[in-house]
Design a protein around this ligand. Structure first.
Ligand SMILES: Nc1ncnc2c1ncn2[C@@H]1O[C@H](COP(=O)(O)OP(=O)(O)OP(=O)(O)O)[C@@H](O)[C@H]1O
Ligand SMILES: O=P(O)(O)OC[C@H]1O[C@H](OP(=O)(O)OP(=O)(O)O)[C@H](O)[C@@H]1O
Length: 212
């Protein structure tokens, strides 16, 4: 049987995911000493780990070249369509929020508001739910700059500690939703490798409880 392939989000979610796998008892030496290698075998487990950017984790799982993925709920809300979201891992916790310059009233005036964000779908869906027409501008990072430079009235972005907003004279106007890391599974894989995948999900659930 070919190895089960798991796509992990590189960056902020990486350390906690590796810690979880170690708790399960998997040998993560290859993952911890990966260098520039992107596909890492888990010895003795018929599993390999693929390290990818968040949105690409979804692409690989949707196309079935990876059976499972670990990805933030933010990325799922922005990019996800056809896969199963199976479990909340409880780490990578942060929030989506609407933020504006401190002391300004986002809703004041009758002009169409402009929102800068890395997450245009999330922003559009949020304002549609409020029946509010907004212009959305896609920004690739350091989104906090947009209202400071006068490009946008507000941002829809991830807030964790609130430090980035605070240090740039912005504040949360509205909370949108909670975010945390999730396990996603390819639709065909769940049928074809049901026992194996359910076994792994049970182990993850157990290790997760242990952590609490
Ligand atoms: N403070 C935070 N800022 C951003 N993401 C966070 C934060 N805390 C947890 N996360 C989670 O970590 C995931 C990965 O974030 P990370 O910043 O490593 O990659 P990224 O958003 O793709 O940025 P980059 O383009 O810099 O790689 C996010 O999708 C989100 O689910
Ligand atoms: O509330 P805080 O703890 O300050 O964290 C929130 C910040 O972290 C993220 O940015 P990231 O560091 O991923 O960089 P980016 O702006 O280039 O996406 C996010 O977009 C905020 O800017």
């Amino acid at each position: 049987m070919k190895p089960m392939r798991i796509a992990l989000t590189k960056g902020r979610l990486e350390k906690d995911t590796v810690a979880l796998f170690e708790k399960i008892g998997y040998d993560c030496t290859n993952l911890k000493e990966k260098g520039r290698k992107l596909i890492l075998e888990i010895p003795g487990a018929n599993m390999e780990v693929v390290l990818a950017k968040a949105a690409d984790v979804i692409t690989y799982v949707e196309h079935g070249v990876c059976d499972l993925g670990v990805v933030g709920k933010d990325t799922i809300m922005e990019n996800g369509t056809s896969f199963y979201e199976m479990m909340d891992l409880g780490f990578g916790r942060c929030k989506f929020a609407l933020a504006t310059k401190r002391g300004t009233d986002f809703y004041a005036g009758y002009n169409t508001k402009c929102i800068a964000t890395k997450y245009p779908k999330v922003a559009r869906t949020y304002f549609e739910s409020k029946n509010m027409d907004v212009d959305v501008v896609k920004i690739e990072g350091s989104v906090e700059l947009a209202p400071l430079l006068g490009l946008a009235d507000g941002i829809v972005d991830i807030v964790e500690t609130g430090t980035t907003l605070k240090e740039n004279g912005l504040e949360v106007t509205e909370f949108i939703s909670d975010i945390s890391a999730r396990v996603i599974v390819n639709i065909a894989s769940l049928k074809l490798r049901k026992g194996e995948i359910e076994g792994l999900l049970d182990k993850i659930a157990e290790a997760k409880e242990e952590k609490a």
